[in-house]
Design a protein around this ligand. Sequence first.
Ligand SMILES: [Zn+2]
Length: 394
Amino acid sequence: MEFPHLVGWAALAVTLGAFIFGAGRRLGREESAQRRREAPGQESALYLRGLNFLLADEPDKAIEEFVKFVRLNSETVEIHLSLGKLFRARGEVGRAIRIHQTLIARPNLSDEHRIAALHALAEDFRQGGFVDRAVEAYRQVLTVDPDHRAALAGLQAMHENEGRWDMALEILKRLETVTGSGDPRREAHIRVRMGLERQQSASAGVGDGEAMEQFRAAIRVFPGCVEARRLLGEALLAMGRAGEAIDILEALKSTRPSHFFLLMDPLRRAYGQIGDEEGFFRFLNDSILVLAASARLVIDCAALLEQRGRVDAALELLRLGISRHPRSLSVVVPWIILMARSDRVGEALEIARRRIEEQLAMQPAFQCGRCGFKSQDIYWKCPQCHQWDTMEPL
Ligand SMILES: [Zn+2]
């Protein structure tokens, strides 16, 4: 049984157990000797049978017993809620919806239970793909309890999935107020989407002011947002404001060095626009320590340097990259190639030989023909499947 189902079952079993225990005590206090003898006995039997089926990993039979139990105890809201949740977890959304709708229809339901049932119904609709009905149910929960965190989170996720970015942002802000903590990455990307939509609308364009304001807001809330910096940089470039673009793009070097390589292309074009290609390479040189933070950036920059005929600078950057990322073959390979091209073939071959040997030493030499277990040494009894003499050389 999958883990979420198991949790659902465990929750139901505990609820039912608590209920039976409570019922026994209640009946013990009551006068009806008849009920004390029969009803709890029958309930306990159903419960135990259900539990046994559950332990025997026979959920269908277990659910049958628990449904019978619920029929006997139609007034217990928690058990209905647990059972509904369980049906949903099993993908039986229709049954979950029926249970929750029946609960909500009760005239004497407490506010607390009504909210719980409405929220459960919203989750059912969401899982079943009934978007409008899910949104409606979440909104009903929030009408009664405007600070309901799970409903806010559910509604927020729905708006995101539907691409209703303005509403997704509005609910995110409400959630932020209720929980007292924000989600800057999420907010930044919602704002990026809002800006993109704005740019693509008929009247606007790449340089649309409102779109650019969204990108700026995204950067304020999450300075490491690559996409917001890229889009704002491109917009500024399209408007001929290369200097501002350079500031926006270069700032990622300090806010998120690992992802900086993703902005190299617009940055290079920005320097090109102001006729300062040299400035771009000066920036690369000045940032060489930061650049080495990312293997991808080392490779890209070294290629650029080499194209410009700056082979020594490229080799230096690659050497630094190797010391920062000793296991990354993707940095070593261009280094070896560049060494060979610079008439240092002997050195290049020596490095290549060492690297290949290191790689070979890490490769498994034997594999179990039965279970696929791999190792460098031969085991006469496979440590994984415990069969004798199944290992073949690779
Ligand atoms: Zn094996």
